[in-house]
Design a protein around this ligand. Structure first.
Ligand code: GDP
Ligand code: MG
Length: 672
């Protein structure tokens, strides 16, 4: 059986973890545990006596006082009962290990800590201050002191402050059972299926109205309806609604707010302060006996120290005694004396809080486990944080480069598309470019005659025009440079495109825009170098064809036959024309043979210089440079999107919170 101390102590520890790890509930994209935890919030108008009630529950005075708005940040006050005779002390979450035994220093620290966040101005802030008090004179309880509800902004405050305070107070008291306003129902199907399992049914809720979207399908099994254990309909926050007795109940801010957020009144504790200040002849019995404004829990009347008492430094122990006497001696309230006063209120709250915690814990466990799953999934998706030491960073960078390189290779070798386009260059583009070369024009009768005649000089050639052939062939071979160069460029652009795609497809790289850009730049400059090399090699192939002609080809050509008789002028012309045509067609078939050779050798050169090199050593140069980088430069390569880093940090923190909360709950036994 979990004891009361351990239950409230557990919630206290989880609440402190929430503040340390930045969970104050409210608007956040992250699941919040804070809002799932039961607590007691003190709500009331300014000067209704909120801080006084807190102090008398604690039995010490330690809260900042003054006129106007003094409480400007929520104060989460956790009371821990200690063994009798042990020295009382207080401790702030933001000042761990510092024990305050002088409570006037506590007050000063609350003031200073408020100002630290809000500035000296009258601004308010929702970030709570956590204060723990360890004392034999308290009961285990967590209370939250909130800024007083107010109607007007005072000097130095923005007009919006009235609204801000109200929504901050609401954010505490409207806390629903778990985050995002959902509703959890638990269904036990022990009888139905022979084993115990818990179903969570989430339904969207507009405050006060629940849509039973999922409920319907289960409700169609009426037999199991009574097995529904409905949790979470009731928000977690107990409301300590403070109203001064010398004020009309109808105008009480506390009652107005609690009636709104807790219409059934089952988590509102009505507290009537300043009973000693009521006009002579009037009493508050109608309220205290539950007739004027009935709540599920009995009203508690309180007599705090007056301002005069505070000024005279009347101590709390004396004040408590006086309060006891007030009720015991009172002709009006004497019969209620056992159920009045701050000590009674403290015990009442503690007992109730404990039972609320007990019912909430199963729901909180479900929430914790689900949130842990969600956060871990998101963290997996975001990737692990980058290592800090440069050795590990270098390792990470190399891993990322290799991941990219693997994908790039898959594109080339198959598995991923793109490599086939290189074959397309060799199979279509190059042959069709070769076919389109303007050899017809180059080897026209007219041009052949011109080139051959020019090569001969003043004396026409006697047998075969050696120089003419050479010039015609040289001229023709020059045309091959164009298609050779175009093939190199075409493959270059395909490789570049594959680099771009591979970077996009390397999931691991997505987080690192800087490294992405660096890899792209390194790969592209390597490709540029391969292109230069490939160009040189293919040009050389073309040049080689012109440096040494295939002799055999010409030896095999049939020689011109000598003709007898006296040739007439016209027959000489006809002879010359046929002669030049033959030269043209001989050169044309030689060039055709070379084209065939180049159609085969250019792809070999391109693959050798560009494709194979890209596969083998695309990032080699980059790797060498990486080795020379300093730690700081390595870290820069692993710069991530700041939004993503932020998100990961938040998720990790929240995950830590949920895990420590799970440990806390595990440490308390739940056998019932
Ligand atoms: P808060 O603004 O709601 O926190 O109110 P405080 O606790 O600061 O109290 C406002 C003033 O009312 C202080 O001067 C208190 O001394 C005084 N006060 C509060 N409760 C009582 C009470 O029960 N009786 C008397 N006589 N004065 C009270
Ligand atoms: Mg106050």
């Amino acid at each position: 059986m979990a004891t009361m101390e351990s239950l409230i102590g557990m919630v206290n520890r989880i609440q402190r973890a929430c503040t340390v790890l930045g969970d104050y509930g409210g608007d956040t994209a992250l699941p919040t545990l804070w809002e799932a935890l039961p607590s007691v919030a003190v709500v009331g108008g300014q000067s209704s006596g909120k801080s006084s009630v807190l102090e008398s529950i604690v039995g010490r005075d330690f809260l900042p006082r003054g006129s106007g708005i003094v409480t400007r940040r929520p104060l989460v006050l956790q009371l821990h009962k200690t063994e009798p005779g042990v020295q009382e002390y207080a401790e702030f979450l933001h000042l761990p290990k510092k024990k305050f035994t002088d409570f006037s220093n506590v007050r000063k620290e609350i003031q200073d800590e408020t100002d630290r966040v809000t500035g000296k101005s009258k601004q308010i802030s929702p970030i709570p201050i956590h204060l723990s008090i360890y004392s034999p004179n308290v009961v285990n309880l967590t209370l939250i002191d909130l800024p007083g509800l107010t109607k007007v902004a005072v000097e130095g405050q923005p007009e919006s402050v009235v609204q801000e305070i109200e929504s901050m107070v609401r954010s505490y008291v409207e806390k629903s059972c778990h985050y995002s306003g959902d509703l959890i129902l638990f269904m036990e199907t022990r009888d139905l299926q022979g084993f115990v399992s818990v179903f969570e049914i989430y339904a969207t809720s507009i405050p006060g109205k629940f849509s039973f979207k999922y409920f319907i399908s289960f409700a169609s099994v009426p037999l199991i309806m009574d097995k529904f254990l409905v949790l979470g309909l009731q928000p977690n926050c107990l409301i300590l609604a403070i109203t001064p007795a010398n004020q009309d109940l109808a105008t009480s801010d506390a009652i107005k707010l609690s009636r709104e957020v807790d219409p059934a009144g089952d988590r509102t504790f009505g507290v009537l302060t300043k009973l000693d200040l009521m006009d002579k002849g009037t009493d508050a019995l109608d309220i205290l006996e539950g007739r004027a404004y009935p709540l599920q829990h009995p009203w508690v009347g309180i007599v705090n120290r007056s301002q005069a008492d505070i000024n005279k430094n009347v101590d709390m122990i004396a004040a408590r005694r006086r309060e006891r006497e007030f009720f015991a001696m009172s002709p009006d309230y004497g019969h209620l004396a056992g159920k009045m006063g701050s000590e009674y209120l403290a015990k009442l709250l503690s007992k109730h809080l404990e039972s609320v915690i007990r019912t909430r814990v199963p729901g909180i466990i479900v929430l914790i486990n689900r949130s842990i799953d969600e956060l871990e999934a998101e963290l997996d998706h975001l990737g692990r944080p980058v290592a800090i030491d440069s050795g590990a960073q270098l390792y990470t960078i190399l891993e990322l480069c290799r991941a990219f390189d693997r994908i790039f290779k898959e594109h080339l070798e198959g598995g991923r598309p793109g490599g086939d386009r290189i074959y397309g260059v060799f199979d279509n583009q190059l042959p069709s470019a070769l076919r389109k070369l303007p050899f017809d024009r180059h080897l026209s009768l007219q041009n052949v005659r011109k080139v051959v005649s020019e090569a001969d000089g003043y004396q026409p050639h006697l047998i075969a025009p050696e120089q003419g052939y050479r010039r015609l062939i040289d001229g023709a071979l020059n045309y091959f440079r164009g298609p050779a160069e175009a093939s190199v460029d075409a493959v270059h652009f395909i490789l570049k495109e594959l680099v771009r795609r591979s970077i996009g497809e390397t999931q691991e790289l997505k987080r690192f825009p800087t490294l992405q850009a660096e890899i792209a730049a390194a790969a592209n400059s390597a490709l540029e170098r391969f292109r230069e090399d490939s160009k040189k090699t293919t040009m050389r192939l073309v040049d080689m064809e012109s440096s040494y002609l295939t002799v055999d080809f010409f030896r095999k050509l049939p020689q011109d036959v000598e003709r007898g008789g006296n040739p007439t002028a016209s027959s000489v012309d006809r002879y010359a024309e046929g002669h030049f045509r033959r030269i043209g067609s001989n050169v044309s078939s030689y060039v055709g043979m070379v084209a065939e050779t180049l159609r085969n050798t250019i792809p070999k050169a391109v693959v050798h210089c560009q494709v194979k090199e890209a596969k083998r050593s695309l990032l080699d140069h980059f790797y060498t440079q990486l080795g020379k980088l300093e730690g700081k430069q390595l870290a820069q390569l692993l710069d991530e999107d700041p939004m993503l880093m932020e998100r990961r940090q938040q998720c990790a923190k929240r995950l830590e919170l949920y895990k420590s909360a799970r440990d806390e709950i595990d440490s308390v036994s739940w056998t019932r």
